[in-house]
Ligand binder design. Structure first.
Ligand SMILES: Cc1cc2nc3c(=O)[nH]c(=O)nc-3n(C[C@H](O)[C@H](O)[C@H](O)COP(=O)(O)O)c2cc1C
Length: 146
């Protein structure tokens, strides 16, 4: 299995979670690339059987602008056989907590084999990091729709 974690992070919360997920996947012997969105080569996306997306939330529950192209690419190209997960950090002070995770989740559910989602309040704490194990287990045993 070849996996990519593609993420966006401005103040460091989401990258902290991305690195924890990367570590857990490596410990599970998954071959994984950790890719900041600004370094993503869109031609390489088809090389991965598993794509994990990490995003903070912007504006009023919005996807950050730098993640729009990834969203559109997955929505419009054929990723039906790709297993996906989405995680993010947000601030529950805002009305749409981790709204970007919800927006990606709804799209990935339709266009890919969505396995798991995770939302974290700001900087991941030890109890959040415990959820990373479950997140990675779900990725390797995706839901099957019959
Ligand atoms: C202008 C602005 C708007 C935000 N809007 C939301 C929001 O609608 N929902 C939410 O959950 N968090 C929102 N946040 C909080 C960020 O998503 C949160 O701080 C996140 O952890 C930042 O991730 P990063 O450290 O990886 O950049 C907003 C933050 C800023 C500065």
């Amino acid at each position: 299995m070849k996996a990519a974690i593609i993420y966006s992070s401005i103040t460091g919360n989401t990258v902290t979670l991305a690195e924890a997920i990367e570590l857990e996947m490596r410990q599970n012997k998954i071959d994984v690339d950790l890719i900041p969105i600004n370094e993503l080569d869109y031609q390489q996306l088809s090389c991965y059987d598993t794509i994990v997306i990490g995003t903070y939330t912007w504006g009023n529950g919005d996807i950050p602008p730098e993640m729009d192209e990834l969203f559109f690419t997955i929505e419009t190209r054929d990723f039906q056989n790709v297993t996906t997960g989405v995680f993010g950090t947000g601030d529950s002070f805002y009305p749409y907590f981790c709204g970007a995770v919800d927006l990606f989740r709804d799209m990935l559910y339709v266009h890919t084999n969505l396995a798991v989602t995770l939302k974290v309040e700001l900087l991941p704490q030890s109890e959040d990091l415990a959820k990373v194990k479950t997140f990675c287990q779900r990725l390797v045993t995706p839901l099957v729709t019959v």
